[in-house]
Structures are given as C-alpha cells and as structure tokens.
Design a protein around this ligand. Structure first.
Ligand SMILES: [Zn+2]
Length: 682
C-alpha cells in the first residue's frame, strides 16, 4: 500500500470521528465502571448455558448488568488499546488504511473450548479475532456476557457448536510441492500387481487431453512397491521391467517414468530408456538393473543411477509447480495443517512459492529449506553431496523476504544418509541383518570431511542449518558439524532417528532441535529390531529420551508424501506407538517401547508451538495468544487431552477436523461448518 492509502481511505469513510464509529455496546462507557465480578453461570460443561437469557428479573440481575457493561468496556479497551499503541490518525486509521476501531473486522467465536497451547495464556470458552489476529481469549465466566454485549454491534458472531479450537497445526518436515506434484500424477500406492499398475496408467492417459505427453513431457507416476505385489505370475517377487509396461500398446508410445514408493528407484518403459542416450556399465552408489541374457537395461534404475534419468527427464514447468502448490494446499488444510516446513526445495519450487505468495494463492505458511541444485543446467536436480549455494538462490531468498509472511526462505537442508528400510541409514556398526554394510553417506567419503565447512558457510550467511540424518553415524557427523552453530540459530537434525545415548545428551546440550516423525516409528517398527538389534533401539525413535535429556522443543512432522500428511495420525503414532489396529511388535494393545510414547499434550505441542519455534514462526503462530495470527483448527476431539487415542484416526468415526482458519479466514470446512456457524445478527 502507498503511504497515502490511509488518508484516501479516511476521505471515503462514512464517519469522521472515532466516537461515531463505535457501536453502542462500546460507546456505553459508564463514568465509574465497577470492578469485574465473576458471575455464577451454573454448569460450565453445559454449552447451552452460555447463551441462556435471563427470563425474569431476579436478585443479582444488577450485578449481571454491571458485569455486562464491564465486559463491553473491556472489549472497548481491547480495541482502544490497539488504537493508542499503533500510530493512527484521528479516525483510528493506521498508515496502511486499516481502521482499528472498525467492529466489522471483529469476529467472536463462542460455544467452543479454546486450547491455547500457551502455558501463559489460560484456555477459554470464546475467542475474539480482529482481522487476521487473535484479539482476546475469553474465559468461561465472561463468554455469555460478551455475547450479550456484542448483540447487534456489527461484530460477526460464529457459533462453534461445542468444538475445540487449537492453534493451526504445523508439519515441520514434509515435501509440500513434491506432494502437490504427486497428487497430479497417477498414484500407484498399494496396487496388488503389475497389471493393476498398467490399468491405472491406461485410465490416467485416457482421462488426459490427447497432446498431454510427448518426448518433452513424460508421464510420471509415483508409489509402486513390488514387495506388495502378491501374484507371482503378475510381477510379484522381483523388480518390474520395461517390458512389463510395453506389453500394453497404449503405454509404448510415450516416455513413462515411475518412482518407487521410497523414491529410491525409477521404473521406465522402453521409450524413456531410449531417450537416456549412452549409459555407463556401472554407477557408483546405484544400479542399472539389466536383462540377465542381453545385458541391456531392463527398466529399473536404483539410487545414484536415478540421476541418469533425472538429467534427461524434462523438468516440471512453472504451470506444473503452480498447480502442485494449489493441490498440496487444498489437501493439507483438510487435516488442519496451516503451516509446513518444506524439507528441501530446489530453485524452480522456490520460485513457485514466491509466485504463490505474491499472487495470494499461497495460504498455508511455508518454511522452505533450500536444497542446492546440482549445477546451473540442472536447477531441478538436487546436488549429490552437502553443498553451499547461497549466491545461486540469493534472488529467490530476497524475493521471498519482500513478498509476504506466507513463505520464508531462511534455512537449508543438507542430506547425509539414506533410509533404514533400504539399508541406506549410515550406522556406526554394520546392520544386524546385513553384516556386509553400514549404509551410505552422501558425501565424498564415510567421514564426510566437507560437512563442517559447508555448515560453517551457511551459518555465517545467516541461514538455519537443518541436516538429514537417520543412522547413528550420520547423526554423529551432524552433531559434530552443528557443534559450531549457536543454539539461538535453532539448528535442526531432520529425522534424528537412531542415535547413541551419548549423542542424545549432546543434542540436548548443544540446543540442536531433533525434528522427528512419529509415523516413521510405527512404519519401521516391524523391521527395526532385526536391522538394528535391541541395544541400538534404545536410542532409536527415542522421543522421551530427548526430552529427559533436556531438549525443550521437539518439532514433529509426517515427511509427507512418504507418510500420510494427517497430523492427527502422527499424534496417534506418537501417543500409541502402535499401528492403526492397535498392534505392535510387542503385542496387541501393547505400545512399541511404551516408555518413549509422548503424552497427548506433548504430541500436540510438537505439531504446534515446537514446530513454529523450529521454523522461527513462533512470534506469529504456534499458540493461541493475543497478537498472534488467527490460524486455527476446529476439531470434535480434544487433541491434547484425549483419553482414547483411536479417536484421532480417520476410521474412528469422529469427524476430527471440522474447519481450518488461516489469518482469520475459513480455508476449509467440513459440511459447511463455517457457514452454518455464522450468526451475524443475534
Ligand atoms: Zn523428507
């Protein structure tokens, strides 16, 4: 807005004095307002009690009236305080043209239980939102009178119908735009056979416009997993081949590349292979699966051999990224997610975030972690080892800084190792079930000598440093390198999955934030012990050990789309440490290492205030407190006080997330929940 916007607005405004802008309830300010006396409203658990009007005069009515006036006065002061604490002109306009005395910017949400997740701010029974900010949390004793005093004032009133209100949920580590891209592609997750994959692809092509795919626009799919294929005559038991795809004529004429569910392999058809050009015989740190007789590439490219595909496969264009942003956001707000850490963003994706923030399309707040591109030609391919590239992305970092508070690019993600499932996590000692390997380190050598210098450079350039480390060796390397970073820079280890007990203590002492995924524990628990052995498991997925060691913030996340982006499922895993059928390797109805399970409150804290802290967003989100953004989730389950964790799951029959607000606006509603709640005129 221009500097003169406020003046222009004032000239257009219907009233010229502050007093005329005040609604009667605010203007009725008695000369000697009595001190507040808490009225007895009967059963606080009866939601209807909050707005039952007194039917006949009764003793104490006068006190009630006085209290009503006092509450009105309080609300007046809330607004008035803002006016005097923010520079305004005589009519209450700030320099950007907003009128702090304008009651039409106020929304009262009542008939709710407000869980602030801030120990310094008591929970409430109603919430006053001004524009995009929380103005006031109203206690149970004040709620009814607040409602009465605002009758007919122009304040929007929303009946929450008994819902719980929590701070908007934040997923600290997901792949926001990657998720959006995946949502626009054929989904191969959970299919039972190769022919089922072919059917999905054929249907997808049939529903796409004729010219959708060509040598410069490949069909890309996600999520196949040959270990879940059950029919031995239909692909089960081995990696698939190009011939498996080419057996369907519809799938031969366009290049097809299908990513395995763990993102560690591509499966190509012959058309795509033919576009790769001359291929090396061997690839260090990867494999080209070959036909045993002809020795020709058979179709699957594993780990580092995937770069051979990435180098040739056309990158998504701007329109693809923009569509991905919208798809990802639409999906996430359904789960109450209002902010995400995008864990590893290459320049084209960063540009899409900046465009989205600029146009207003981006609603969800994104803490984007830079991923360095391989080189100038391959801006969409991640560098193979930890690298420094602040100069390369400087323009985008500045563009993000200037555009809005929806996107922040102030951190970097460095990768050290792979995942436990594929024996890629870097371990100090060999795997128990594969004694020939200790996993992989994505550096020039096992000790990753370049890491210290790369971390030092990013830190000196003012970026938060977040290091992906899963195995205990990778975590040790990460801690050694992060030792040089001050705690107030909030360095993070992404996953922090398997650590020695001594290293857990070092994490706490150094103020490193372990950024952890509860669902990874419940997904891995079936094979973790055979891979690691009991001794190493003591420091694996060890949420309580971190807290007991003195870690004060435990940001939680899902790593979507690797896992479901639903934070309530994450909370379930954190609290229950069992699968959705209440089973674990330790038995039915028995948590897997119960002593490491989080309490419901700790789990919610991980998905709200701890996540906000780990993203430097704690000044604006993460708790419900006056002055913070009105990013809210309305639920029919009391997340932080839940007694039956199963109620967090979709199959429980609970409606779970009823609505999601960002900046005081309803961005998702189940069954028109927001619209039905509005009682503009009482
Ligand atoms: Zn991830």
């Amino acid at each position: 807005m221009s500097k003169n916007a406020g003046l222009r607005k004032r000239a257009d405004a219907p009233h010229t004095t502050a007093s005329l802008d005040l609604p009667p309830a605010f203007a009725r300010r008695p000369p000697n307002a009595p001190d507040y006396v808490a009225p007895n409203l009967g059963d606080p658990n009866d939601p209807d009690a909050a707005y039952t009007e007194p039917r006949a005069p009764r003793p104490g009515m006068l006190i009630g009236l006085c209290v009503g006036v006092a509450v009105s006065l309080t609300l007046y002061l809330v607004v008035f305080y803002e006016t005097i604490s923010t520079p305004t002109d005589a009519a209450g306009y700030t320099a950007d043209g907003t009128n702090l005395l304008d009651v039409t910017r106020l929304t009262l949400v009542h008939n709710v239980t407000v869980r602030t997740m801030d120990p310094a701010v008591p929970d409430g029974a109603a919430l006053l939102v001004r524009g995009n900010e929380i103005a006031r949390i109203i206690g149970a004793n004040d709620a009814a009178y607040t409602l009465q005093s605002l009758r007919g004032t122009g304040v929007t009133v929303v009946n929450g119908h008994g819902a719980y209100v929590y701070p908007g949920l934040m997923d600290s580590h997901g792949h926001f735009l990657g998720h959006g891209l995946a949502l626009s592609r054929p989904n191969l997750v959970g299919l039972p056979s190769v022919s089922a994959v072919r059917t999905v692809l054929r249907d997808f092509i049939a529903q796409s416009p004729d010219d959708s795919y060509s040598d410069t626009r490949w069909l890309v799919g996600n999520g196949w997993d040959h270990t879940t294929w059950t029919d031995a005559t239909d692909g089960a038991g081995a990696f698939p081949t190009a011939a498996d795809l080419d057996s369907d004529p519809v799938l031969t004429s366009i290049p097809i590349a299908l990513q395995r569910i763990d993102v560690h392999a591509y499966w190509l058809n012959q058309r795509a292979i033919s576009l790769l050009g001359q291929l090396p015989l061997d690839v260090a740190g990867g494999a080209i699966k070959r036909d045993p007789i002809t020795q020709e590439p058979a179709g699957v490219f594993v780990d580092n051999a995937m770069f051979l595909v990435d180098n040739v496969m056309p990158a998504p264009v701007d329109a693809d990224w923009d569509a991905a942003l919208t798809r990802a956001q639409t999906d996430l707000v359904r789960f109450g997610v209002t902010a995400v850490g995008d864990a590893g963003v290459l320049p084209p994706a960063m540009a899409a975030l900046v465009r989205g923030a600029h146009s207003g399309e981006l609603k969800v707040r994104v803490h984007a972690m830079i991923s360095c591109p391989q080189d100038v030609q391959h801006q969409h391919i991640q560098a193979p080892a930890p690298a420094f590239c602040a100069e390369t992305v400087q323009g985008l970092v500045e563009a993000a800084r200037n555009v809005s508070d929806r996107v922040a690019i102030r951190s970097v993600k460095l990768f050290l190792d792979g995942a436990l499932g594929s024996h890629g996590a870097a371990l100090i000692r060999p795997y128990d079930d594969a004694s020939e390997t200790k996993g992989i380190v994505r550096c020039s050598s096992w000790e990753c000598p370049e890491l210290n210098e790369v971390v030092r450079k990013w830190d000196a350039a003012g970026f938060q440093v977040n290091i992906h480390a899963i195995g205990d060796h990778a975590n040790q390397l990460a801690i050694n390198a992060l030792e040089q970073v001050k705690a107030e820079k909030r360095p993070r280890i992404e996953h922090a999955q398997i650590l020695t007990l001594e290293d857990i203590d070092r994490v706490a002492k150094l103020g490193i934030l372990p950024s952890m995924q509860p669902t990874h524990a419940t997904s891995d628990m079936g094979y973790a012990q055979s891979r690691l052995g009991l001794d190493r498991l003591r420091g694996a997925y060890a949420w309580q050990r971190f807290l007991q060691a003195g870690v004060t913030h435990l940001p939680l996340s899902s790593d979507f789309p690797v896992e479901s982006p639903d934070p309530l499922e994450g909370m379930y895993s954190a609290i229950a440490r069992m699968d959705h059928d209440a089973k674990s390797p330790h038995g039915d109805q028995t948590p897997w290492f119960a002593d490491q399970a989080l309490t419901p409150y700790q789990a919610v804290k991980g998905f709200t205030s701890d996540a906000a802290y780990a993203s430097f967003m704690d000044t604006i989100i993460g708790t419900i407190a006056p002055g913070k953004r009105a990013d809210l989730v309305f639920t029919d389950v009391d997340l932080a006080h839940i007694t039956n964790a199963q109620e967090l799951l979709p199959k429980s029959g609970k409606r779970r997330v009823l609505a999601t607000w960002i900046d005081g606006k309803c961005v998702y509603e189940k069954d028109a929940w927001c619209a039905r709640g509005v009682e503009v005129q009482l």
